[in-house]
Design a protein around this ligand. Structure first.
Ligand code: ZN
Length: 211
């Protein structure tokens, strides 16, 4: 493995060594790049005063047939302005156990296939993938503005191979999903209209539904 090639991915660090954990898992140990002093997480100021260092093991994107774990020496700097602060690492945000590249990869895949399949493909826990997708949706999906809803589409879909049903309410003008509830009866969709409120209901001009 060429250390200078890998330095492309982990700014501020370079390859120290690597070892095979098993036939399909690779542990890559990083060391600080001496040419780049760590920066304070809060203010971004570079500092050469190291308070302490602790090693973190995080998951990186796969490399060929290998699952890749990184062993990263994360330092705390003694910032002149902020006191002891964890260093800022642009490719490893907060306390996440996955690098940003890995999170981005998960986000790309959950757009294409179900959470369960992404988890299996990448060897991650279902909850890990779900949490990443949830944060992506919170970031990307606009909050529902009920005051603008005039025309509704309501449809039902099968859950669990058709033994149970759910109903979805969509704004016909924006195609935004407004509400999903289990069941397809009149009683099952009542919570939607309660949520919409008397004012919201009065604004509805048309509802499209099958059957
Ligand atoms: Zn600082």
């Amino acid at each position: 493995m060429d250390a200078s090639l890998l330095a492309l991915f982990w700014e501020g660090f370079e390859l120290d060594r690597y070892e095979l954990l098993d036939t399909h898992s690779l542990l890559v140990t990083l060391k600080p790049d001496p040419a780049r002093p760590p920066r304070c997480h809060r203010c971004g100021q570079a500092s050469t005063l190291i308070h302490d260092t602790h090693r973190r093991r995080v998951r990186e994107r796969d490399l060929f047939q290998y699952r890749v774990w990184l062993d990263v020496p994360v330092r705390r700097v003694r910032c002149r302005q902020c006191g002891p602060r964890r260093e800022r690492i642009d490719w490893l945000i907060g306390r996440q156990s996955l690098t940003c590249a890995m999170v981005n990869w998960v986000e790309a895949l959950v757009r294409l296939m179900p959470v369960k399949h992404v988890a299996e493909l990448l060897g991650l826990h279902w909850h890990t993938v779900k949490a990443i997708d949830y944060r992506r949706l919170q970031r990307e999906v606009r909050p529902v503005d009920l005051s603008r809803v005039r025309r509704l589409i309501m449809d039902e879909f099968a859950l669990f191979k058709g033994h149970r049903y759910a109903t979805v309410a969509i704004c016909a003008d924006t195609q935004q999903v407004l509400w999903i509830g289990e069941g397809r009866s009149r009683a099952a969709v009542r919570p939607f209209f309660e949520w919409l409120g008397p004012k919201g209901c009065q604004q509805i001009e048309a509802v499209a539904m099958d059957m």
